[in-house]
Write a protein of this length. Structure first.
Length: 408
């Protein structure tokens, strides 16, 4: 499962979506739909070959704009140039081997080719073809040429193709294409920064089959890692039992327990410019872990467990107890509370901010149906002195960017 696309992260854009003639053309409908639902003005240019795979009425209905196909229509308005000039973003999905070759050599024999040559907007292509075509030296060289010119290439993924074929060449999923495309427009204000993010929830084993854990899915931490990556940072994600997929373009370290998380944080924070402690860490662990499954004997006798405190990783990191902190390092902590009274909630948050000693503390209210394992979040950010420096509410990607805004 991927994190939701942030509808508020970019203003309304004029987006050109090019559709070329491959079987994956049906998935272009999903790309167009995602962009429209995010509030963007989408103009579709389909090649004649593309219309053999998906119909013009479908593309017009989904985009809510007339379809553009013929190079010689709209000559009076110089449409073959105007579409590219007006575009804030150009996305071609699917991008066939033929399209990649033509674009790499500057051939503009149709409306899409002319538009691509006429635009100065970011160009994003999502290749789709059979594995042999993708691996062909000509395609490899063409893709390398396009990348060298600043074209963003999304995918392809590896998976089932047409017929019985399977392998690299499958077009990436629409949501992934849209996310990568919108990321090209984000300011890369974190370029050169090394950021460590923790995500998920630790688990403390009772025996080989049971554990003490929490309900964190890791969505907010993963959203932070992806947002930092999209803004140019070099990101390391320390992941504890995520319920979402590990993000691409991010170095990942998987851990299980609080002690393993502490060791990973100590190791990777030593050279980090920023450490964001978004993982939900178990406060206690069993004093002893059974080597075999703990079984009941049917006598009704209560089972007594002795728990011991886990180290306070955030406090130890903030106070330099995990190792010397680099000059200027920023530590951002997270704290989840169930307190329902706003005044008391803020009082608890300020006390925790003072106790932890992090540069910023992100606090959010959690409960049976809020905070954990949801796509939305509502946060308040305090500095070390307890002053409120930011608020954010919405999907976890937009919340992630609001948190990262503190760094820039």
């Amino acid at each position: 499962m991927t994190t939701p696309i942030d509808a508020a992260a970019t203003p309304r854009l004029n987006v050109v979506v090019g559709v070329t003639g491959g079987i994956a053309a049906y998935k272009a409908v999903g790309v167009i739909r995602e962009l429209v639902l995010l509030g963007h003005d989408v103009h579709v240019i389909a090649t004649e070959a593309a219309l053999r795979f998906v119909g013009a009425p479908t593309l017009e209905a989904i985009s809510r704009n007339p379809l553009n196909v013929d190079l010689y229509e709209g000559v009076a308005e110089v449409r073959h140039v105007a579409l590219g000039q007006r575009a804030d973003l150009v996305v071609v999905a699917p991008a066939t081997a033929d399209f990649l070759a033509r674009t790499a050599t500057g051939i503009a024999s149709d409306l899409l080719g002319n538009t691509v040559l006429a635009t100065t907007a970011p160009l994003v292509v999502a290749p789709a073809m059979h594995t042999e075509m993708w691996a062909n030296p000509a395609t490899v060289a063409n893709v390398e040429t396009l990348r060298s010119r600043g074209v963003t290439v999304v995918g392809p993924a590896s998976g089932r193709l047409t017929g019985t074929d399977s392998g690299p060449g499958r077009m990436s999923e629409p949501e992934d294409i849209v996310r990568a495309a919108l990321a090209t427009l984000r300011p890369r204000d974190l370029a050169g920064r090394r950021i460590v993010v923790t995500a998920g929830g630790t688990r403390e084993p009772l025996d080989p089959v049971r554990f003490i854990g929490n309900r964190s899915s890791g969505r907010q931490g993963v959203a932070l890692a992806e947002a930092a990556r999209d803004r140019g940072a070099d990101v390391t994600l320390i992941a504890a039992h995520l319920e979402v997929a590990l993000p691409s373009g991010v170095a990942s370290v998987e851990v299980g327990t609080a002690l393993e998380l502490a060791a990973a944080v100590a190791r990777h924070s030593a050279e980090a410019d920023v450490v964001i402690m978004a993982a939900a860490v178990a406060d206690y662990r069993p004093e002893r872990t059974a080597d075999e499954k703990i079984k009941k004997d049917g006598s009704g006798t209560a089972l007594t467990l002795t728990l011991v405190e886990n180290p306070d990783i955030l406090k130890s990191l903030a106070h330099g107890e995990l190792g010397p902190r680099p000059d200027g390092q920023i530590v951002i902590g997270f704290a989840a509370e169930t307190e329902g009274d706003p005044a008391r909630f803020l009082e608890i948050a300020r006390a925790k901010a003072a106790r932890k000693g992090a540069d910023f503390l992100v606090v959010n209210r959690v409960g049976w149906t809020t905070g954990f394992a949801t796509s939305d979040n509502e946060i308040r950010v305090l500095d070390r002195a307890g002053s409120i420096v930011s608020d954010a509410a919405g999907d976890k990607v937009s919340v992630a960017h609001r948190i990262l805004d503190l760094l820039s």
